[in-house]
Design a protein around this ligand. Sequence first.
Ligand SMILES: [Zn+2]
Ligand SMILES: [Zn+2]
Length: 258
Amino acid sequence: MLVDSHCHINFPELVQNMDQLRADMLTNEVGHALCVSVTLDKFPEVLAIAEQYPNIFASVGVHPDYEDIQEPGVAQLIALADNPRVVAIGETGLDYFRLTGNLDWQRERFRTHIRAAKATGKPLIIHTRNAAEDTLRIMHEEGAAEVGGVMHCFTESWEVAQAAIDMGFYISFSGIVTFKNAVALKEVAQKVPLASMLVETDSPYLAPIPFRGKTNQPAYVRHVAEEIARLRDIPLQAVMDATTRNFFTLFKHAQPCN
Ligand SMILES: [Zn+2]
Ligand SMILES: [Zn+2]
């Protein structure tokens, strides 16, 4: 069975089809999913899903793309994470693609999440876009290696992957790896050790081929895993086994339920 290590199924286009979405997961051998928070506002929705379904876990955090919203504090994140259904802190990180100008607040917010993760022992879900150098620097400065985590929806170079792996982080591939023009990323997916790899959908965004442009859903993580198996010339089962084992090793508070 597979795990979708990163999805946003509390978003309206997915949450209203939960029954179908969960049936499709089973059909595609996707046993579990991690529903990731993007704002404090929406965290109760994420938690409610994880409390209703034992095979869906939650995270708590505030995405770097949201500027004018309630800013999280370390103590607040620690308090919200004090729940057995919350297995990770994030998503957090830096995004210099969507936003420009003075982004001191983004870097400060990232540090807040790393401090909360270290205090709770719950690993980090890190988003980085056009900001790899600062992301790695802040991870070093804040001692993120102490708690570990995942570089989600990875689109950076092999050198960045290596630096993250050296800090004990996992590399998670999304549907982008199935895109024809993602030549460099396909090479990274051949090089990252299976022991450091996760797979995800980031649904409802980034549907893999053959669903590109449509609404993504956790079941489609199978197409990500199939592409990685094809690229490495190994059986799908090997990708399934490794990424599922990695998920439950990293997110040690997540209890598998089948
Ligand atoms: Zn992200
Ligand atoms: Zn996300």
